[in-house]
Design a protein around this ligand. Sequence first.
Ligand code: UDP
Ligand code: UDP
Ligand code: UDP
Length: 463
Amino acid sequence: MANDAPPHIALFPCAGMGHLLPFLRLSAMLSSRGCSVTLITVNPTVTAAESDHLSAFFAAHPQIQRLHFQLLPYKKSNFTNEDPFFIQMESISNSVHLLPPLLSTLSPPLSAVIADFSVANAVFTHLAPELPIPIYTLTTTSARFFTLMTNLPHLTTHTQGEDNNGYVYVTVPSLGRTPLSNIPPPMLEANHYFAANIISNLSSLSKLNGVIINTFDSFEPEAIEALISKEKLALVPKILPLGPFESLETDAREDNNLPWLDEQAPESVVFVSFGNRTALSKEQIRELGNGLLRSGSKFLWVLKGGKVDKDDKEEVGEILGESFLERVKSKGLVVKGWVNQELILGHVAVGGFVSHCGWNSVTEAARLGVPILAWPLHGDQGVNAEVVEKVGLGLWVRGWGLGGGEKLVGENEIAEKIKDLMGNQKLRSIAMEVKEKARLVREANGSSEMLIRGVIESLKNKG
Ligand code: UDP
Ligand code: UDP
Ligand code: UDP
């Protein structure tokens, strides 16, 4: 019998803050729109940041249920990748068969599951036969990078020679050109875990009920169109650009850097961060430090010495040297450890963002209207930088980092580009337009908002 019982949705994130944060945000968004929500949390987590954020999240959202999922001990087999985040993905995939019995006893009965794309195939394979409910996937990358992933393993058959500057491009229908150097090399090696994982997750994609992407129509029109063409051919399920995700409203975390920002002039500070899992080399850190000093802008720099926070114990002074810190004093702030990036990007003193272009960072800069100097280094970041450049939200220097191998970018070049970023009125006004469009899609009649409400409506009575 039909009733209007709100749906109960379980969300299952994979490893790393870059995956956890969008899941926390989507969980809170579904909950505030009337859904019952269960968040599946694996034990152990890779980083301390993940366990800290989970505790704070559940304290702030007592209405959201937590389902602890103990992973089986990781067995090293013929699997050779040492990246702790990939090892975690593998551990999750190897433990997922234990999940269906836990989910089938949840109360009220589940209406749907949203699984991280990185573990989507494992979830589908084990869950679908046991629990006949809709399964959605959330991809934590851009629609653009996701489109390229859906073209594996045949992506390079789209290669179309060089342009005038000697760049080899991959051309995907509707998406246009992507420099081959922006495609992470491990994605083109079928035997590499990176590619193998994507190909395996693509194998069940068309059987899922939808792909949720933290993006919005006017931000990635070509990629969304490319994906919708595939949807029409039933190659991918319903495309759901539900972004930009809202920040966690109940997140009362303060940030120690706000008092310093309060003292700076509007739009005078450049914020520098390369995300949670990317540490620059010692030499590159030195050049960046000198480049920031030369740029003439005030700066707030989040320094990272190692990939996983638990192992990253060196102090700022040990990494940069005390004499450098002496020179920095009146010009900037260099910090280590977790900062509240959204609060910082939203501060009036911040006028630019030097970013590795992790997709969460890009969407936050879009929502808060902060121009980006894109410095992608790994994985999807180069393709995300293309989105930043295309939409006009920022500058992207080809050949820095990704695709440029281990090329060291010198302090003068860094200083010049930061000057370009901070002095560019056109970028700033486009960033404000992007911010306004990002706000409008979240209004009651906005595209992302209507889509999320439609999904929730369709899941009523599915439990
Ligand atoms: N973040 C933060 N404080 C930090 C480091 C990161 O708040 O000190 C947040 C940032 O706002 C973003 C996420 O962590 O939401 C990082 O995700 P992203 O996709 O940008 O990069 P990744 O860390 O996955 O490379
Ligand atoms: N990805 C994937 N399988 C992998 C590795 C990555 O599907 O084995 C996707 C995933 O959606 C991720 C994106 O590619 O968001 C970028 O990968 P990366 O490892 O850089 O993820 P990050 O932790 O930085 O978000
Ligand atoms: N990767 C990433 N962030 C990191 C480390 C790696 O996005 O902090 C990406 C990297 O660019 C590559 C994939 O994850 O696309 C696998 O990385 P790994 O270092 O294991 O492989 P390699 O690049 O050494 O072949």
